[in-house]
Design a protein around this ligand. Sequence first.
Ligand code: 6PG
Length: 262
Amino acid sequence: MSDRDPYEIIDDLPEVPRLPGHVVLSEDADRALDAIGMDIVHHAKACVRAFGDFHLALSGGSTPMPLYERMMIDPAYREMPWRRTHLWIVDERCVPFDHEKSNFGQIREMLGDHADIPPSQLHPIRADEHDADALYEAELREVLAWREKGHDRLDFVLLGMGDDGHTASLFPHSPALHVMDRLACFNRGSTVTPPDRVTMTYNLINGARFVGALVVGKKKAPMLHRIINGTESAVEIPIKGIAPVGGEFRWYLDADAARWPV
Ligand code: 6PG
């Protein structure tokens, strides 16, 4: 956590961008990580109080890895109720877990091996199986069904955003964008950055209680600018399709991502 005086005035922050959902703007990437990290802990504690457990879905990509590492070593995260947490994976590449491109492989290394999550509460996507999407959907339905109707949804989904506006493995113009009746599906073909993927669908993500998009760094600024000022659809910019139905959507940005012109 930052040791900065919380009342110090930061005067070079850009204006808070007008994105769909709420925007939490931090001075730098480090503070953006802590902003979403602290919200994860807050929601986890509230869900454990209300339901006895917490369903957390994490993304891969380079942006959140330092957060996962920090959650293991920084005493500020000591209150995270890992033993009551179910860990789901937002999307996965069709490779074995020990492959360097496996999201679960990386997340397990950063967090799964060190957090005190009971092994039965780790829910990787076995994306190298031919029916990985159906298996994951069945597991989601079975585990979430332990909750009362209406509460049987993911509690917190952490998303990233690619420079092309993709989120999860929902790529521009890719087949998975049109899958509305499933919780998870394969995404393949010329519009998908290889390797092939299994991804949570809009249907599942938009059913979550809380969705947080962690977007930091200068490279993301042009896409944020397009989201705010353009008229392109979610087929062209998939993160525009994120709109939780009965939940909250919050962007966690740093000043570099939010500053224009770039
Ligand atoms: C993945 C992610 C993906 C990611 C974005 C952003 O597995 O790659 O789920 O949606 O969040 O590609 O990636 P960076 O954080 O590396 O920019």
